[in-house]
Design a protein around this ligand. Structure first.
Ligand code: UDX
Length: 426
């Protein structure tokens, strides 16, 4: 059992805190948002994240997970402090380190002797050294321990990781952080801090590359009359490629890929390498938003002006309520700019809220969103959409095309109800 302080209770901090408590550690989580802390103390989870409520409730019940306002309160008795604060995209594309630096400054004089500070936030390569400089504590070691948590399955990813990366030049600090994970029985990879920081960016950039690649192949499939689903199966059996993370879609988004790929471009540039491949990956993704918008335009009869588009799905992927950099929102913005009216439904969005563009009618029910629509489009892969009745939709809307940006719906059923089903790469 180790005494841990977690600074920041966003997706990463809250998952990290709840999971470490589940693994038996003594965890104090800190946030500057008093209302959020009050809610967490009552076991109320501010985000949609599978199993997180269960683990927080367990920690509160057992008494080894608590929530406090302010980092100072959390670190006073800790052995290891995790920095899990946001690193938003700065104006020039690089990650903004100011929250990390502020948190480090705040805890510097309060950390117990020989405590360890761990950076979990995704930070530019070299940030471990920045934190060391801010702390000015020769007795405190700083470790990079990047997270690889997917929203929607963050708890499972934490408790059953493919690997744990620990970046530190000091062996005993690396062992202390590695030991926190002994119950998860994952491969622990110990590197120098710069390599650990680079692993995080490289992994995300590679995954984004896979997605842009398959979306580009989907475009080729449409041109040559191939079916991308079959192409993925045929490629995936090659062990060197694998079939995971090759689902074509409306483009990739979320809180990590767009920000991290742009930050890596900047890091590479500053290091003297022009990363044209990654720039291409980002361009292909922006073009994917345009391609899906064009499909909807064609389905609407060649112009979106004055047309009504029903959109199923607003979040950047299913099983989260996160709208940050959602492909759905990028496409909706294009539809609105072209003069369309948008009626949207998402299981996690019951009213207009920050992130949903002004002018979008947020509907309480998937069928309501299709009322009088000229085109229906599916932009998030919520499983529930698969089971909706195309006959009810047909009775609701005059249009007879569904643009399925996730290849989610059963084509035969929709054809049977009189719809043309346009997928991605098929
Ligand atoms: C990602 C990384 O997977 C995770 O390791 C990292 O630490 C944080 O960023 P996340 O942003 O939660 O996780 O989402 P992820 O599941 O990776 O999906 C990212 C985007 O790619 C989403 O828009 C998703 O819809 C899209 N995607 C994913 C596809 O279009 N096809 C796929 O096959 C997989």
């Amino acid at each position: 059992m180790t005494r841990l302080a977690i600074i920041g209770t966003g997706y990463v901090g809250l998952t990290t805190g709840a999971c470490f408590a589940h693994l038996g550690h003594e965890v104090v989580c800190a946030d500057i948002d008093e209302r959020k802390v009050e809610r967490l103390q009552r076991g109320e989870i501010p985000i949609v994240e599978h199993r997180l409520d269960e683990l927080v409730a367990e920690g509160l019940r057992k008494g080894n997970l608590s929530f406090v306002v302010g980092a100072a309160e959390a670190v006073k008795d800790c052995e290891i402090a995790f920095l899990c604060v946001p690193t938003p995209q700065g104006e020039d594309g690089s990650a903004d380190l100011s929250y990390v630096e502020t948190a480090a400054r705040e805890i510097a004089s309060l950390l117990p002797y020989e405590a360890i500070v761990v950076n979990k936030s995704t930070v530019p390569v070299g940030s471990t050294k920045v934190v060391e400089r801010v702390l000015k504590r020769p007795d405190v070691r700083v470790v990079s321990n990047p997270e690889f948590l997917r929203e929607g399955s963050a708890v499972d990813d934490f408790l059953r990781p493919d690997r744990v990366v620990v970046g530190c030049d000091d062996r005993s600090a690396a062992i202390a952080v590695g030991n926190l994970y002994d119950k998860v029985r994952a491969q622990i990879i110990v590197t120098d801090p710069a390599s650990a920081e680079t692993i995080k960016y490289a992994a995300n950039a590679f995954l984004a590359t896979k997605l842009s690649f398959i979306n580009a192949i989907a475009a080729v499939c449409e041109g040559v009359g191939a079916d991308v689903n079959d192409v993925v199966v045929g490629m995936g059996y090659d062990k060197r490629i694998g079939s995971e993370f090759l689902r074509p879609g409306p483009g990739w988004g979320g809180s990590c890929f767009p920000k991290d790929s742009r930050a890596l471009l900047k890091i590479a540039n500053e290091a003297g390498y022009r990363f044209d491949l990654l720039a291409g990956v980002i361009t292909v993704n922006d073009e994917q938003f345009d391609r899906v918008t064009d499909k909807i335009r064609v389905a609407a009869g060649g112009s979106l002006e004055g047309k009504t588009v029903a959109v199923w799905g607003l979040t950047f992927k299913a099983r989260t309520d996160d709208l940050r950099d959602s492909p759905s929102i990028s496409i909706i913005n294009r539809l609105l700019a072209a003069g369309a009216t948008v009626q949207a439904f998402d299981p996690t969005v019951d009213a207009p809220k920050p992130g949903v563009p002004a002018g979008v009618a947020v509907c309480a029910d998937a069928y309501d969103a299709t009322k009088d629509a000229d085109v229906l489009t599916v932009l998030t892969e919520w499983d529930d959409f698969r089971w909706l009745d195309p006959k009810v939709v047909a009775a609701n809307m005059p249009g007879r095309t569904v643009v399925d940006g996730r290849n989610l719906l059963e084509r035969a059923a929709w054809n049977h109800a009189g719809f043309t089903h346009l997928g991605i790469g098929r």
